[in-house]
Design a protein around this ligand. Structure first.
Ligand SMILES: Cc1cc2nc3c(=O)[nH]c(=O)nc-3n(C[C@H](O)[C@H](O)[C@H](O)COP(=O)(O)OP(=O)(O)OC[C@H]3O[C@@H](n4cnc5c(N)ncnc54)[C@H](O)[C@@H]3O)c2cc1C
Length: 493
């Protein structure tokens, strides 16, 4: 198994901190990367995340000569699986569901739908804790999960019911967000906090509980987070909050995300280069010149660019990209960490209100060392104040234990594993999450991705259905491939 430069692992006992972890995402590059670049191709695909991998594979299926260019030393982009002593530890995108049609069809193509792994917190009955982090309560207290569930169901129903129909009129077709434009205009500027303030007849504690739970959807503070994006996820889960939590946190590919990425890459028949970031893309009729930061220039008839929206401005495009692509940035600057605890704790998930290093924690699985792997999500506060999600791993884990883990378990952290997606120059953030007022911008992104006869953009960040998810990346990659091949094949008038 090869090492990628990405990922961090801190071992508490020895205080050893290593950067770079073993991953199939890195080993897979050996199978078809090329040393001898041709001078020109039919198509260059920039980025080997899911959108880029699928686009490159499909364009090659259409018998075009393709080059895939990736800035990292691995495939998978914002997903990669750390092979940690036989455990598949996901440092980026993780959970999938059969109601996410594009990722499911790829998993099914490669035989990965059997024997899904399941995260304990949302697959086994267990414990729930909350720390409101205020003057009256500033530790993680276990609460009866059944009464919490009942309170949440009532609250969630009220929260989404802006239209008297449980929110159902806003996104009548969740795979096409912008159907009811009037409603979108009406609610676009509403934040989750603004919506929660409109609710009457609920306790302050329950409202605080839902606020923290919603924050974890995209690591955006409630005063900024778009109400409509939370409603859109709920619509995708067919207006069932339990199902939404299941879709977002239960089923994983047992072999790891990097296995799916490696399967897609395995079917790709073109050339691929890694650790080569693109610097500029200059389009003229029938010809695009792509310059790499390492100095090489390659030409193609068409380019599909799949870099994250927050990194598009780091490539110089001539002619410039449409304005929405240049001025829009998503706001998910939170963090994801995986901790290994020294105890077998029960199935559990917990929420902690800000300020906290982690606002949502959930038990993933037990380890053979009588320990437990727990996945945590950090709010974006650290990044917004110029810091990193994990500055000092020991201080981070001490604070996390104090605030977020119920003391009854007397658990200690043995390992902390994470990748800093925010200071990563070619992601500049986690999965796309949007602020109040940005849904209209998302629509403009979708409309402007089909840039020209020579250039097509694709990314999970603005996908129409599962925006910000693996499913959205695959949907976008497929669509871009078809569009680009049609452009290549259509005669120029
Ligand atoms: C911590 C975390 C947790 C997540 N959890 C989930 C989850 O549970 N379920 C889910 O469905 N989704 C989840 N997601 C979201 C999901 O992983 C992403 O939305 C999806 O993988 C994005 O795919 P993409 O191809 O659009 O972009 P990316 O994966 O970002 O691919 C873009 C590629 O472009 C490359 N690149 C960038 N700039 C350049 C350049 N200048 N030159 C060359 N290459 C460049 C990048 O290195 C990258 O490989 C999560 C994401 C993160 C970060």
């Amino acid at each position: 198994m090869s090492k990628t430069r990405d990922g961090n692992h801190y071992v508490a006992q020895s205080k050893a901190w290593t950067t770079g972890v073993n991953s199939l995402a890195a080993s897979a590059t050996a199978t078809s990367s090329t040393k001898t670049l041709e001078e020109s191709y039919d198509m260059i695909v920039i980025g080997a995340g899911y959108a880029g991998l699928v686009a490159a594979r499909d364009v090659a299926f259409a018998k075009k000569d393709v080059l895939l260019v990736e800035g990292r030393d691995r495939i998978g982009g914002r997903t990669f699986t750390y092979d940690f002593l036989g455990h598949k530890v996901e440092l980026g995108g993780t959970w999938v569901h059969w109601a996410q049609p594009h990722v499911w069809s790829e998993m099914s193509r490669y035989g990965l739908t059997d024997g899904l792994a399941q995260s304990k917190a949302f697959s086994e009955p267990g414990e729930f804790s909350i720390n409101y982090n205020n003057d009256e309560n500033n530790t993680a207290l276990l609460r009866d999960p059944r009464s919490t569930d009942a309170a949440m169901q009532r609250l969630v129903a009220a929260y989404f019911d802006v239209d008297g129909f449980g929110g159902r009129t806003i996104f009548p077709f969740p795979f096409k967000k912008m159907t009811n434009l009037e409603a979108i205009r009406k609610y676009d500027n509403l934040s989750t906090k603004g919506r929660l303030q409109q609710l009457v007849g609920f306790s302050r504690e329950d409202i605080a509980l839902l606020a923290v739970n919603l924050t974890a959807f995209g690591s955006i503070p409630p005063e900024e987070q778009s109400f409509l994006t939370t409603l859109h996820y709920y619509a995708l889960a067919d207006y069932d909050y339990d199902r939404l939590m299941t879709m977002m946190g239960r089923y994983k590919i047992a072999e790891g995300q990097s296995t799916l990425a490696a399967n897609i890459f395995g079917e790709f028949t073109g050339d691929a280069v890694f650790s080569k970031a693109v610097q500029s893309v200059v389009s003229s009729p029938c010809k695009v010149v792509v310059s790499l930061r390492s100095g090489e220039k390659i030409t193609a008839k068409h380019v599909i660019c799949t870099v994250p929206i927050n990194c598009l401005n780091d490539i110089t495009f001539t002619p410039p990209l449409p304005p929405p692509m240049v001025k829009t940035q998503h706001r998910n600057w939170g963090g994801k960490v995986i901790v290994h605890l020294d105890k077998k704790i029960p199935s559990w998930w917990g929420l902690t209100a800000a300020p906290t290093p982690v606002d949502c924690l959930l038990v993933d699985k037990h380890s053979e060392h009588d320990g437990t792997f727990v996945v945590g999500f950090s709010p974006s506060d650290a990044h917004r104040t110029g810091g990193k999600v994990v500055e000092d791993p020991q201080i981070f884990t001490d604070k996390m234990l104090e605030l977020c883990v119920p003391s009854t378990w007397d658990a200690h952290v043995t390992d902390l594993i994470w990748h800093d997606w925010n200071s990563d120059e070619i992601s500049k953030g986690q999965w796309a999450a949007w602020s109040a007022g940005q849904l209209k911008e998302l629509n403009s992104l979708l409309a402007s991705a089909n840039v020209s006869r020579e250039l097509t953009l694709a990314s999970a960040d603005w996908a129409d259905g599962w925006t910000g998810f693996i499913d959205g990346a695959i949907a976008e990659g497929r669509r871009a491939a078809r569009r680009a091949v049609l452009k290549l094949d259509s005669p120029r008038l």
